[in-house]
Design a protein around this ligand. Structure first.
Ligand SMILES: Cc1ncc(C[n+]2csc(CCOP(=O)(O)OP(=O)(O)O)c2C)c(N)n1
Length: 355
C-alpha cells in the first residue's frame, strides 16, 4: 500500500462535512463514514448480484460498482444536500448518502411497490427527485447535457447549489458528452464531472475506445480544468471533488475529475468478464478501496479490528432486514398501472360553423 498522505486542511475545513463539525477528530469521523457507505454499497450489491439475481428475484439487469465504491462515496460526501446528483449505474453509494433506505433499494431491484419508483422501471432508472437524485439515464453520456442544463438553471436562479454528474470512460467517447461539456463550459455552469475510468466499456478496453492517454486530456479542448486521482482512495476523491465543487460554486464553471480505478466484475451480472486478463484482477484486487480504508483507520488509530468487524456485522444485519422487508413488499397493484403516466389534456372539440 502507498504511504499515507496527510489530509489537506482545506478538505477538512469543507462546510459540507457538516456532520463531523465539532467532532473531536473529524478525519477519523469522516473515515468512518467513508468506510460505512462503501461497505454498505458492497454488501448490498453482493447480495443483489450474487444471491437475489441468481434466485431470479431481480427485475431487469444488474450493474454493480464493486471495487469502485470510493468514487461515489468520496464525491458524494462533498455534495451539499441541495446539490443535484446524476448517478451512473455504478454509484449506489450516492443513494445511501442521500438517505435512501436499503429496503427501498432492494424493493426497487425486485420491482416491488415499496421501491423508489413503486415497482416501475427496475433499477437501471432508479432516482428520487425529492432527494435531488435524477434517475439514472441508461443511454451512455446522455446524462451530461441534461446535467449541463440543470447546472445552467441553478446558475440562472442564482442558487448556491451545483450539479454532479457521474459517468464511465466509455461515455467520454460519445457525442453527447462533448456537446454537454462544451455547453456547460461556455455558460460557466456549476457542473462537477466525475469519470470512473474503470478501463473497460462493457468488453472494450480503454485503448480501443479512445486514442488519448487519459480522459483528463479531453478537458483542455473545452477550456476547463481537470485532474486525475486514485479512484480507489476515498480521501483522494473527496479532496479532488472538494476542489472541483469550490471551483463550480465560485462561478468558474465545470471541472472534470478522472478517477482511475478498475471494474472488479464483468460489465453486468450476465457477464463473467472473461476477456479481462487474470493478472489485472489480481493487481487491482490488491488495491481494494474498502481494505485500504480499513488499513488507514487501523494505522492511524481511528478504529480497532474489533470495531471494524462490528461495523461489518451491523451492515450485514441492516441488509438482512432490508431484504426481508423488500421481499414482503407486494408487487404494484395492476389497477395503478397508469398512475403518474402523463396524459395530455383532451384537445377541445372543433367548433362547427353552422351554415
Ligand atoms: C448509447 C448507448 N450505447 C450502448 C449502450 C450499452 N451500454 C451500456 S453500459 C455500456 C458501457 C459503458 O461503459 P462506460 O461508459 O465506461 O461505463 P462503465 O459501465 O464502465 O461504468 C454500454 C456499451 C448504452 N447504454 N447506451
Amino acid at each position: 500500500m502507498a504511504a499515507l498522505k496527510p489530509v489537506s486542511p482545506m478538505a477538512l475545513a469543507s462546510p459540507q462535512r457538516c456532520d463531523t463539525a465539532g467532532v473531536a477528530n473529524p478525519e477519523a469521523a469522516l473515515s468512518r463514514r467513508f468506510l460505512y457507505y462503501m461497505s454498505l454499497m458492497r454488501e448490498a450489491e453482493d447480495r443483489i448480484e450474487r444471491k437475489l439475481y441468481r434466485q431470479g428475484k431481480i427485475v431487469g439487469g444488474v450493474y454493480v460498482g464493486r471495487g469502485q465504491e470510493a468514487i461515489c462515496v468520496g464525491a458524494g460526501l462533498v455534495a451539499a444536500p441541495q446539490d443535484v446528483l446524476f448517478p451512473s449505474h455504478r454509484d449506489l453509494g450516492l443513494f445511501f448518502i442521500r438517505g435512501v433506505e436499503p429496503r427501498e433499494v432492494f424493493a426497487q431491484y425486485m420491482g416491488r411497490a415499496g421501491g423508489l419508483t413503486q415497482g416501475r422501471d427496475a433499477n437501471m432508472h432508479m432516482g428520487d427527485l425529492n432527494r435531488r437524485i435524477v434517475a439514472i439515464i441508461s443511454a451512455m453520456a446522455a446524462a451530461v447535457p441534461v446535467a449541463a442544463g440543470a447546472a445552467m438553471a441553478l446558475k440562472q436562479q442564482r442558487s448556491p447549489n451545483i450539479v454532479f454528474v457521474f459517468f464511465g470512460d466509455g461515455a467520454t467517447s460519445r457525442g453527447d458528452w462533448h456537446e454537454g461539456i462544451n455547453l456547460a463550459a461556455v455558460q460557466k455552469a456549476p457542473l462537477v464531472l466525475i469519470c470512473n475510468n474503470n478501463q473497460y466499456a462493457y468488453s472494450t478496453p480503454l485503448d480501443k475506445q479512445m486514442a488519448c492517454r487519459d480522459v483528463a486530456d479531453r478537458a483542455p479542448g473545452y477550456g476547463i480544468p481537470a485532474e486525475i486521482v486514485d479512484g480507489n482512495d476515498a480521501w483522494a476523491v473527496y479532496e479532488a471533488t472538494h476542489r472541483a465543487a469550490e471551483h463550480a460554486r465560485q462561478g468558474l464553471g465545470p471541472y472534470l475529475i478522472e478517477c482511475k480505478t478498475f471494474r472488479m466484475t464483468g460489465h453486468s451480472a450476465h457477464d463473467a468478464g472473461d476477456y479481462v486478463p487474470k493478472d489485472r484482477w489480481q493487481e487491482w484486487g490488491a488495491k481494494d478501496p474498502i481494505v485500504r480504508m480499513e488499513q488507514l483507520m487501523l494505522e492511524r488509530g481511528y478504529a480497532s479490528r474489533q470495531q471494524l468487524d462490528d461495523l461489518h456485522a451491523e451492515i450485514r444485519g441492516q441488509v438482512d432486514e432490508a431484504v426481508a422487508w423488500a421481499e414482503a413488499s407486494p408487487f404494484p397493484d395492476p389497477s395503478t398501472l397508469t398512475d403518474n403516466v402523463y396524459e395530455p389534456a383532451p384537445a377541445p372539440a372543433p367548433t362547427v360553423e353552422k351554415a
